[in-house]
Design a binder for this molecule. Structure first.
Ligand SMILES: NC(=O)c1ccc[n+]([C@@H]2O[C@H](COP(=O)([O-])OP(=O)(O)OC[C@H]3O[C@@H](n4cnc5c(N)ncnc54)[C@H](OP(=O)(O)O)[C@@H]3O)[C@@H](O)[C@H]2O)c1
Ligand SMILES: *[C@@H]1O[C@H](CO)[C@@H](O)[C@H](O)[C@H]1NC(C)=O
Ligand SMILES: *[C@@H]1O[C@H](CO)[C@@H](O)[C@H](O)[C@H]1NC(C)=O
Ligand SMILES: CC(=O)N[C@H]1CO[C@H](CO)[C@@H](O)[C@@H]1O
Length: 319
């Protein structure tokens, strides 16, 4: 009996020590976040916004898989789900991978938020992606992008709730493994957590970079075990100069012998925030996965201290 207790005790101490060490370890580009479902989601993924057409998608994803990315971020509105499927049919065997080795995120087209077609749209994405399931499905935004005279009279809050109910059904039926949200502020997320129909959101994907970050949103996500995943880490397509050429970023990059892009991605990763950079260039794709270094505290402070200036739309405009 004593021996047994001792073993249990040693085990518990080992578990506590390991758990602690694990928490304190800086995140590396190979690390994965454990979602509520138990699934592991890579912290670093690849974004595919504005990468379109079978040829371009195949060329880019070949570099992406070859560099070691295992998460692909798409959306119904990116119009590339079918191209991604065609490319993966060839590229997975080429890179000695199977569907299980990769993690695919897609997002519900906001035009359909709260509509009768949500379930159909999910089935359609699964068909497009040639898969039996989605690893992660997100509500693309917390409201309709535009309201016109033909829009539903229901407010955004009701549309979000009705969508989430269908998402929960899709998980229960095995179509989708994890569900989450995108562009949710603290108010939207708090509302969902109050009435989640049995499944908490796994992820919140938001605009997040040194010019736009909110401590309260990060704190709420951490408290609830939700992965905060950043987009526009590099300033977004077409606005690279905003962050990549910023003198403080360039200076820190030179000091640490890294590229400005690696500094911006590491700044997020070091705070256990997911990133999904997008690039058409093979060198950039590789560059963006070399993130296993540490930015010293004083430089983290500099980066986090930039004036706040959202690049995309305001999330507060949604009811
Ligand atoms: N949920 C949402 O509402 C939402 C909104 C926006 C984006 N997203 C997701 O987030 C992903 C990332 O956002 P994003 O594509 O807009 O912007 P981003 O990743 O911030 O920036 C992409 C731009 O950075 C350049 N770049 C990439 N790596 C570089 C490097 N190492 N050095 C220099 N430049 C580099 C790329 O140009 P090159 O091609 O020349 O490398 C591209 O123009 C999207 O693809 C999408 O999956 C989601
Ligand atoms: C492919 O992957 C399997 C299983 O991970 C491994 O045993 C095998 O050696 C790999 N083959 C090549 C060519 O990399
Ligand atoms: C949205 O509509 C519902 C049902 O009509 C109502 O209960 C709720 O208070 C409204 N919320 C907002 C933010 O307007
Ligand atoms: C050019 C470059 O930095 N390549 C790196 C990209 O990331 C992979 C995986 O982290 C490294 O092995 C490469 O050296």
């Amino acid at each position: 009996m004593f021996k047994f207790s001792l073993i249990v005790c040693v085990y518990l101490v080992a578990l506590a020590t390991f758990g602690k060490a694990d928490n304190e370890q800086p995140v590396t580009s190979k690390d994965r976040f454990r979602l509520h479902s138990g699934d592991l989601m890579p912290y670093v993924g690849f974004g595919t916004f504005r990468i379109q057409g079978d040829a371009q998608i195949k060329e880019v994803l070949d570099h992406v898989l070859g560099s070691g990315y295992r998460l692909i971020d798409t959306a119904q509105v990116y119009g590339n789900e079918e191209s991604i499927d065609k490319a993966l049919k060839v590229l997975l065997p080429k890179h000695n991978l199977t569907r299980k080795d990769i993690f695919i995120t897609t997002k519900l087209d906001s035009t359909y938020l709260g509509s009768d077609s949500v379930y159909n749209r999910i089935e359609n994405s699964i068909r497009n992606l040639g898969s039996e399931y989605l690893d992660l499905l997100l509500i693309h935004s917390p409201g309709l992008s535009s309201r016109n005279s033909k829009s539903t009279p229901k407010n955004d809050s009701v549309l979000r709730d009705e969508t989430w109910k269908v998402f929960v059904t899709a998980v229960k039926q095995g179509l989708v493994r994890n569900i989450g949200v995108s562009n949710y502020n603290v108010r939207h997320l708090t509302e969902l957590l109050r009435n989640d129909h049995g499944i908490k959101p796994a992820v919140n994907q938001v605009e997040w970079h040194p010019n736009n970050h909110q401590a309260d949103l990060l704190e709420l996500c951490r408290k609830e075990g939700i992965l905060l995943q950043a987009y526009f880490s590099l300033g977004g397509t077409g606005r690279k100069e905003v962050l990549l050429n910023r003198p403080e970023v360039v200076k820190i990059a030179e000091k640490l012998k890294k590229t400005p892009s690696q500094i911006l991605l590491r700044w997020a990763l070091q705070q256990k925030i997911g990133v999904i950079p997008k690039s058409l260039s093979e060198a950039h794709i590789r560059d963006n996965l070399s993130l296993d270094f540490t930015i010293p505290a004083e430089d983290m402070k500099t980066l986090s201290g930039f004036e706040q200036n959202r690049l995309g739309f305001s999330l507060d405009r949604y009811q």
